[in-house]
Design a protein around this ligand. Structure first.
Ligand code: 8YV
Length: 320
């Protein structure tokens, strides 16, 4: 009997095909709709492995409902949807998808920063809305990126990849992490700062920290108050690291100049979300790693992790 894997969203058959010798798959067949919790809890009762997305909460309730479960492969580098301690207690191995998405997510982070700085979305809408009647000297004038200071909060793999891009743009690069990254300092010429100092000095503040107890709402009223009034805040990690009410107030009162947001505290957001109503904010639907190639690599890494663990080998990218 082959191990049974439950997949919580529709995955193209062409990707699953090479793994069909190894597994029996059960899948939630809808691409655009998350599996309802009661269906999920029922489905996992007799499976060996689960392939899930961030929208699935892997907690005590889930783990108790999954009798034979040995491994959960999360299709994301972040795993704040998973209670790792609970998984450990249940003897369930958890894997994530680092590395394969680093460059793609850094591309998007940089694009979001540039879009917010140069008002790309606003400018595109300007034409679509039929507003472009004549040219004026300061028409849709934004902020320069070259020669400015970028402050990266969270200097992991994606942070370093953003720093490499910033270097190419001639930016000064500051970073904040709890422990200094001396190798990155030498290789990329980045300079470490305390959180407050970074906020005070940076023209662009980029959040790339994972969400955990220490980072929960770390970008709060005080943090936005410490930023320059010309600062642009970019969040490409998790919405939970931001106090969204404080961000909204900072943007409305011009305490900061703009924001680029790929992530929100409660996703998905609707057009009624107050942050979507501001011209100085670019909002994206959590597409950091969303290139076709990278998403395929992420799916394959999940399947390879499931295969390794269920064959009795070490997981390729375990979370501990
Ligand atoms: C995921 C992400 O693609 O990797 C992460 O942590 O946030 C994204 O890259 C997305 O969350 C799908 O699960």
């Amino acid at each position: 009997m082959k191990p049974v894997i439950y997949i919580t969203r529709k995955i193209p058959e062409v990707i699953l095909q090479p793994y069909r010798d190894a597994f029996d798959f059960r899948m939630w067949e809808k691409e655009n709709e998350p599996v309802p919790r009661d269906v999920l809890l029922r489905e996992i009762a007799s499976v060996d492995g689960v392939f899930c997305l961030l929208s699935e909460k892997i907690d005590h309730e889930f783990l108790a409902a999954a009798g034979n479960l040995k491994v959960v492969a999360n299709m994301a580098v972040g795993y704040d949807n998973i209670d790792i301690q609970a998984a450990n207690e249940h003897g369930v191995i958890v894997t994530n998808t680092p590395d394969v998405l680093t460059e793609t997510t850094a591309d998007l982070t940089f694009a979001l920063m540039m879009a917010a700085a140069r008002r790309i979305v606003e400018a595109s809408d300007y034409i679509r809305d039929g507003k472009w009647e004549y040219w004026t000297p300061y028409l849709l004038a934004g902020s320069d990126i070259h020669d400015k200071t970028i402050g990266i909060v969270g200097m992991g793999r994606i942070g370093e990849a953003v720093a490499r891009r910033a270097k190419g743009f001639g930016m000064s690069i500051l970073y904040h992490t709890r422990t200094r990254k001396e190798q990155a300092e030498q290789e990329l010429g980045v300079a470490h700062r305390g959180f407050t100092e970074l906020l005070e000095e940076a023209d662009f503040v980029i959040s790339l920290v994972p969400l955990n107890e220490q980072t929960d709402k770390m970008f709060n009223q005080e943090a936005f108050g410490n930023m320059k009034s010309s600062a642009i805040f970019v969040n490409a990690s998790r919405g939970g690291v931001v106090d969204e009410n404080a961000l909204l107030e900072a943007l409305k009162s011009n305490e900061i100049q703009g924001a680029g947001l790929d992530v929100f505290a409660n996703e998905p957001i609707s057009p009624e979300h107050p942050l979507t109503g501001l011209d100085n904010v670019v909002c994206l639907p959590h597409i950091g790693s969303a290139s076709t190639d990278t998403r395929t690599k992420m799916i394959e890494l999940c399947l390879d992790n499931l295969k390794a663990v269920l064959n009795g080998q070490e997981a390729i990218t375990p979370v501990r």
